[in-house]
Design a binder for this molecule. Sequence first.
Ligand SMILES: [Zn+2]
Length: 239
Amino acid sequence: MKEDLSRLIALQEIDLQIKKLDDELAKGHADINKRQTSITEKREKIVRHSLTIENAEKRRKELEAEIEAEVTHIKDRQSKLMNVQTNREYQSLLKEIEESKKNNKRREEEIVQLMEQVETLQKKVSDQENVCKAEEQLLLEVDEKIALLAQETKEKREKLEKTREQQVKKIPDNLRRRYDQLLAKRNGLAITGVINGVCQGCFMNIPAQQFNEVLRGEQLLSCPTCQRMMFHQSPAQEE
Ligand SMILES: [Zn+2]
């Protein structure tokens, strides 16, 4: 049993190394995804701002055309003023001219607002463009780094897998099955040390009776809380 135990511990050591490699690579990929999402969000914002700018420009052109038409209308009314016959007609024309001027004033105010809005958005777009370009450049670098890491991981993993195969052969089938099940169910940790009566897999206390048996190391016991197989580890062995 003691031999099986040390073989299981060695197998776990290999599996932990494999897990570490996988975790690091996964972290790298998650980082790339996060960066891509950030860039995509900014690009979408730029598109939205650009659309708003386009609409504002369109609206400004409309208003300018309206102002021009209104000015023509005012000039027309003004020339009519010279030839009116009645005071009522005169007052009516004056009122019309006044109304047109008010309309144009309102349009001019709207144009000023639109221009301010466009200016603000153009600044935002140009800032976001710069940030995007910097982030894209960085992403290229990270991509390269992760591609390299993926290659390294693959090579290291292949070596570890071979060592693992050899190690697995030394372990009886029933134990290996129990180990594999726990490995899958317990986040890559099937067998764990017990230090001062505390399971290092779940950090819960082991009943004293069971701890004594773990100390003897004559049978493979499972942690009553996390079900991982246990072995005794002196505090000094702690990683
Ligand atoms: Zn436990």
